[in-house]
Design a protein around this ligand. Structure first.
Ligand SMILES: *[C@@H]1O[C@H](CO)[C@@H](O)[C@H](O)[C@H]1NC(C)=O
Ligand SMILES: *[C@@H]1O[C@H](CO)[C@@H](O)[C@H](O)[C@H]1NC(C)=O
Ligand SMILES: *[C@@H]1O[C@H](CO)[C@@H](O)[C@H](O)[C@H]1NC(C)=O
Ligand SMILES: *[C@@H]1O[C@H](CO)[C@@H](O)[C@H](O)[C@H]1NC(C)=O
Length: 497
């Protein structure tokens, strides 16, 4: 037994004796912990052709004659937050939130998509928005790009084309230069792996490139390079003067191995559910996880290809991407069970990752596609702590849909369960989590689901030309939490009205 083992044992004894009282302490938010909520430009702004804004890929995707969006809905007006942002921010302030996460529309700032022309009117909108967030005592948490790149790039193959790396980097440089004196927290891109799967491996998100087991790999490859370029631009040209932090937002869904004691499968589950996009940045050695490289390589060979469908990084790019972060942002909604799939007779993996993802039918359903699995929050945070040496983490999206109307008890239950698991991971297990963000502040344009899924803490009437907002019950519950600085169960605050 060395001194660390003895120390650990001592802590164990202390914890075992402390009992229930500490359980209560675990539900306090640590000092400086930030809670807020979120949106993205295309989902809430509207004003799609105002301020000289150029067309984005989502303008194009939703205006297409054969649009697959539910109800052929568009974000032309959405929540009209372009005009109503002050009302939104006042409501956030009333709840007591500490930060607001929102994204910038690339073509509102650069109408052609390239830095030959900067829209002063577009920039002014974001300066006003940021200033208003600060005036109301909150920190702006700015996502530079949330899926709505310039339309013309789609005709060049969008993220499958390496030119995107430079285009994105030039845009990011303009953003840092013009807005960086006002912003301390930057996220370069949002959920690249999900955008690549749905928009490049499939056709359900813009740009609908639909090249399965191929398009998504090219896409993520260029996304990771673009992120790293922007990170280093900030580091080399702006950090000294502006002193902010730059991170990235990944979808990190917890995958539980089945059988649950299969540790290798647990690792592979993490590598497929979170590490495809995070390992190249956050691991010590960089590059994609070995198991993904091996399996996609083997499958490609057996298909008769002289190269792997998973592109390779040069050693220079591995180094440039590795460590390009000040924090890790993660989005989490639900979970899956993961089972190993044996190779087929010809030696191929049945799919590139060699695992099957399953929904455990005991996990409760709640109003939409997502199963409520709060234990997944603790699971993914502890895995990130262990695999990536406990980096600073911000939860950038977590939330559930509710039915129309004011009474969103199910959202309160959902958020309570997930926040409790997060607090145990922080206060009991030492996970380095700095902030938590509810998705979303308003009911929004939910991509291919249009206006059929309601994630908002605040209801929006999309039939009303004024887009009237009505805060739901969950905002009253959150207000109590913000006031007390600890998580409270709805049962402990009596009736909310
Ligand atoms: C902008 O789009 C709206 C439809 O959403 C249309 O009514 C309006 O004429 C357009 N304005 C301009 C300047 O093109
Ligand atoms: C589903 O989850 C339950 C409860 O966590 C667990 O006991 C069970 O083993 C899981 N079911 C399957 C089929 O894996
Ligand atoms: C969602 O969860 C709440 C609280 O647990 C429950 O009362 C409600 O029936 C659930 N709704 C659906 C549609 O499953
Ligand atoms: C939404 O707005 C429309 C148009 O103003 C109105 O007729 C309708 O009653 C509103 N719906 C709700 C639930 O308030």
């Amino acid at each position: 037994m060395d001194q660390f083992t003895i120390f650990g044992f001592f802590i164990f004894i202390l914890r075992s004796c402390s009992g229930i009282q500490h359980e209560e302490d675990y539900l306090k938010f640590p000092p400086g912990f930030s809670i807020g909520s979120a949106s993205s430009a295309y989902q809430v702004e509207g004003a799609w052709n105002v301020s000289g804004k150029g067309p984005s890929v989502w303008d194009w995707f939703t205006h297409k004659k054969d649009s697959i969006v539910v109800g052929q809905a568009t974000g032309d007006i959405a929540c009209d937050s372009y005009h109503k942002y002050k009302e939104d921010i006042a409501m956030m302030k009333d709840i007591g939130f500490r930060h607001y996460r929102f994204s910038l529309s690339w073509t509102r700032i650069l109408p052609t998509g390239l830095p030959d022309k900067i829209s002063q009117e577009g920039l002014q909108y974001y300066k006003d928005l940021i200033d208003e967030v600060r005036r109301q005592g909150m920190e702006p948490f700015v996502t530079i790009y949330h899926w709505d790149h310039p339309e013309f790039m789609t005709r060049l193959g969008s993220w499958t084309n390496e030119l995107m790396v430079q285009y994105y980097a030039e845009y990011a440089r303009v953003v840092f230069r013009e807005l960086g004196s006002r912003v301390k927290l930057w996220a370069t891109v949002n959920e690249p792996e999900q955008n690549c799967r749905l928009g490049f491996g499939r056709d359900v998100h813009a740009p609908g490139i639909n090249l399965p087991h191929f398009g998504e790999y090219l896409c993520l490859h260029n996304y990771l390079k673009a992120h790293a370029r922007a990170y280093h631009i900030y580091d080399e040209e702006f950090r000294a003067e502006q002193g902010g932090q730059v991170g990235i937002v990944h979808l990190c869904e917890p995958f539980f191995p089945q059988p649950s004691d299969d540790l290798e499968l647990k690792r592979i589950g993490f590598e497929t559910g979170c590490a495809w996009g995070t390992y190249p940045i956050f691991s010590k050695e960089g590059n994609y996880p070995q198991v993904l490289r091996d399996r996609i390589n083997e499958n490609s060979k057996l298909e008769g290809l002289p190269f792997s469908r998973l592109p390779e990084f040069s050693p220079e790019w591995i180094e440039r991407i590795r460590g390009s972060f000040d924090f890790l942002g993660i989005n989490i909604y639900t979970a899956r069970e993961v089972r190993a799939l044996p190779r087929e007779a010809n030696g191929k993996w049945p799919n590139d990752f060699g695992v099957e993802l399953i929904i455990n039918e005991t996990w409760p359903e709640n109003n939409s596609w997502l199963r409520v699995v709060p234990q997944g929050m603790g699971e993914i945070l502890r895995t990130i702590r262990d695999v990536y040496d406990n980096p600073p983490v911000y939860i950038m999206e977590n939330g559930a849909t509710s039915a129309k109307g004011f009474k969103d008890y199910n959202r309160i239950e959902y958020l309570y369960g997930y926040m409790k698991e997060m607090l145990l991971a922080i206060n009991r297990d030492g996970c380095n989590v700095k902030g938590y963000t509810v998705w979303s502040f308003l009911d929004s344009f939910e991509w291919s689901d249009g206006y059929s899924d309601f994630f908002g803490l605040v209801e929006v009437n999309f039939s009303d030309p004024k887009r009237k907002r009505t805060p739901r019950l969950s905002t009253k519950w959150l207000k109590q939490i913000m006031k007390k600085g600890r998580l409270i169960n709805i049962k402990d605050i009596g009736q909310l009205h």
